[in-house]
Structures are given as C-alpha cells and as structure tokens.
Design a protein around this ligand. Structure first.
Ligand code: ATP
Length: 411
C-alpha cells in the first residue's frame, strides 16, 4: 500500500499542509524543526492510532487549537509499471480527527464518523526512528509501546483492548489511592473494598487477554526477528522472550492462542486465575501504600538476548542497533505477509525512515537502504538532500516549499 496524498490541519507545527507522495522512495528534506517528522508521524498515527513520540493526543494538536485533522488517500496496490494505481476503487480516503478533549474519530471514504480504534490497522506503517536503539537499552515502557504499536496492526481488536485495559488500570489505581486516604483518616473502607474487588476482576480479565495478545505478537515476530538479526549481524544468535507482568500467566502464553480469544473469554485455567487473585491479596497493603497496580501487563517486558546474554546489559551500541533494526524489519515482514484470510489488509506497509541515517554506521545504513529500496513505498526524512545515502532513486520533497496556507479545497 502507499499514500498518494496527505493533508494536515492544525497538526503539531502545521496550520495546513498538503503533500503528494509517489510509490517508491520519497525523501522529505529541510532544516531542523521544519516539521518533517510531524508529517511522517501523521501517517503513523493513522496506521497505529498513536505516535512513538507521545502517548497523548494533546501534543499532536497545534498549540492553541482544539482539533487536528489528518487526511490521507491510500492506494492498495501499484500498476505493473510501478506507478500508483489509477483505479480509484483501490483508493481509500481516511480522515482522522484528533480533539484536545474527547475521543479520536475517523471517517473512511466520507462515511459516518466512528471511533479511531475501528480504523486502526487498515493502513499499515512501520517507523524507524533515531531512538530505536533505546528500545533495547532503556526502560520497558518503550518495549511495551512497541508491542502496542505492532499489536494494533497485527491483531484485530488489540488497540481497543489495550485502551480498555489502560482505563481499568487507571480506575483501579484511583480506588487504591482513595482506600489509602480514607484509611489514614480512620474511616471505614467497606464499600471501596467491594468496588476494588469488582475492578480487580476486570483488571485480571482484560489483563490476561492483553497478555495473550502480546504473547501472540511476540510469537509472530520471533522467527523473522531471529533470522533477520542473524543476516544483519553476520551470524550472531539473537532471541526475544516475552516476560509478562502477570508472572503466573506464563502458562497462558504458551497455549496456542486463536485469533478471537482476547475478544471472548480469556483461555486460562482456574489455577492461573486463583494464583493471580492470591497474588493480589498478598500485595494489597503494598498497593494501597503506593496507590498503584503492582502486577499486570502494564509491567510487561520483552527480553532480547544476544549469544545467550541479555542484550540490555551486554550488547554494544552497534549490536543494539542491529537488534532494533531486525525487530522493525521483522514487524514489516510479518505485516507484509498477512493475508486477507484473517481479515487483515493486504499489501506491504508504508516504511518510514525518520532521520535514521545519521545514527547508523555505513554497514547498517547500507542494510536499511537496501531494505527500503525493495518496498512499495518509503518515506524518508533528512535535514539535507545530501544526507540520503547514494544509490537511492527518490521523489524529493522540499518541505520548505510546502505551502502552509495552500488552498484546503485542493484536497
Ligand atoms: N503541538 C504543537 N504545536 C505547535 N508546534 C509544535 C507542536 N508539536 C511540535 N511542534 C513543533 O514542531 C516543530 C517541528 O518538529 P519536527 O520534529 O517535525 O521537525 P523536523 O523537521 O523533523 O526537525 P529535525 O530535523 O530537527 O528532526 C518543532 O519546532 C516543534 O516545536
């Protein structure tokens, strides 16, 4: 698939912006701070429902404005001559509305407004960013964000489930704080404890579904990750291991997971549920004292191993880059290979290389350029045209020349 036109209104630094892309490699160039990343980030938001740069909607909206919009024409398929298909039946128009307050919405082909979550996964994109290396070395939140972004595109219902779990986790933490406050005042907390029991039930239920869905995401990525990593590094043996924040749920992860399982009852034995409930009882005082949920998928992690040692602690910078690149390439490969059979869209995802070249050594630059040149569409951002490695044939877009106030009716 590829994006032919992108229009942004009040999106980050852009009051209005209209960009036409071609199939193949597109290079957006311009000085620092001009808004290049903002443009490609909008494609990521359309695809995954969020940005790797922020978990909130507010920063995506131009400061002082109430709503940002992203509109895109997306074509599924290219002609034999490599040009964008002229068959308008292949073109889908998406319009995403991101309000500072209220839920994000989307329209497809001018149809009824629906929650953005219904549209997430229809457009697919994989972003390589300058801080990808930190995926390996930094805190687990980055790895969970990656899993969520991958899951939103790989697993039907994932985005909705992750949002629901986050809402329940927030509510449960709020109750824990209330219980602590009332207790410290010497008040009775009976009704609050009843409410906590109900929220804990929902937390475990949705938490286990999310655990299963993330386990599925890791299982899908693992094989291509291992093989791509070996290719990139010239033979180093890498592996990845999902470490659920419900330690008791490891058995759930090993079970084969059917596509619908996280949308119906979590497929777990009574013993797992009892073990998690028992764990919650044991840590009750600690949770109240800290006013937060101490176990659950909000503490999930993914361990990357290189030649038998944890990459986080032992790998060099270059090796961490190799792992990060292999992970993103694995996601790309899995998305590309998804067939319409399971309701997934067909066609390769859009590849986004946001300012990555300056971070990579010559060998890894070559590997990623080679990868990009094989894809249906790649969007690259660089500060200057000369920053693009040699040998790439590209449609060059001077971001400085994008007319901020260009006529919105041109859409
Ligand atoms: N919500 C917002 N409202 C207004 N401006 C914003 C908002 N969010 C970010 N910006 C501004 O957008 C500008 C451009 O950011 P962007 O990351 O797209 O630049 P860039 O062209 O990719 O630069 P670089 O080459 O340095 O990476 C920044 O100056 C930032 O302050």
């Amino acid at each position: 698939m590829h994006v032919t036109r992108l229009v942004l209104d009040h999106y980050r630094s852009w009051k209005h912006c209209l960009v036409d892309f071609e199939p193949g490699v597109n290079v957006l160039y311009g000085r620092n701070g001009l808004g290049k990343t903002n443009i490609v980030e909008a494609v990521e938001v359309l695809a995954t429902g969020g940005s790797h740069r922020t978990s909130a909607t507010v920063p995506l909206v131009e400061r002082g404005k109430k709503t940002a919009t992203i509109r895109a024409n997306v074509v599924d398929g290219i002609n034999d001559d490599g040009n964008s298909s002229l068959d308008t039946a292949n073109t889908t128009t998406y319009a995403v509305t991101l309000p500072v307050r209220g839920g994000n919405k989307a329209r497809v082909n001018g149809g009824a407004s629906q929650p953005l979550r219904s549209v997430v996964g229809q457009v697919r994109a994989v972003v390589f960013a300058p801080d990808d290396q930190l995926l390996v070395s930094m805190d687990p939140a980055r790895r969970r964000a990656f899993l969520d972004s991958a899951g939103a595109q790989l697993v039907p219902g994932y985005y909705e489930l992750a949002q629901e779990f986050a809402r329940i986790a927030k509510q449960r933490a709020k109750l824990l704080r209330q219980i602590g406050q009332e207790r410290s005042l010497g008040h009775g907390v009976g009704p609050l404890l009843d409410a906590l029991e109900a929220w804990t039930g929902s937390f475990i239920d949705r938490g286990l579904r999310l655990t299963q869905a993330r386990s599925k995401v890791c299982a899908l990525l693992e094989k291509p990750f291992v093989s791509i990593c070996a290719d990139l590094s010239g033979g180093g043996a890498a592996s990845m291991l999902y470490a659920p924040g419900f330690a008791e749920a490891e058995a759930v992860c090993e079970a084969p997971v059917a596509r619908q399982d996280w949308q119906s009852e979590p497929q777990v034995g009574v013993s797992v549920l009892e073990a998690i409930s028992g764990h919650f009882q044991r840590i009750f005082d600690g949770e109240v004292a800290q006013s937060r949920n101490l176990i659950g998928p909000h503490r999930d992690d993914v361990m990357f191993m290189l030649d038998g040692a944890p990459a986080k602690d032992y790998a060099s910078n270059g090796e961490m880059w190799t792992i990060a690149l292999a992970l993103k390439m694995a996601l790309f490969t899995v998305l590309e290979g998804r067939s319409a059979q399971d309701g997934s869209p067909t066609g390769a995802p859009v590849l986004i290389l946001d300012d990555v070249f300056s971070q990579l050594d010559a060998a890894r630059r070559l590997q990623i350029v080679e990868f990009a040149s094989r894809q249906e569409q790649t969007l690259i951002t660089v500060a200057a045209p000369g920053d693009v490695p040699e040998g790439i044939e590209a449609h060059m877009i001077d971001v400085h020349k994008i007319e901020e106030d260009s006529d919105a009716s041109a859409w």
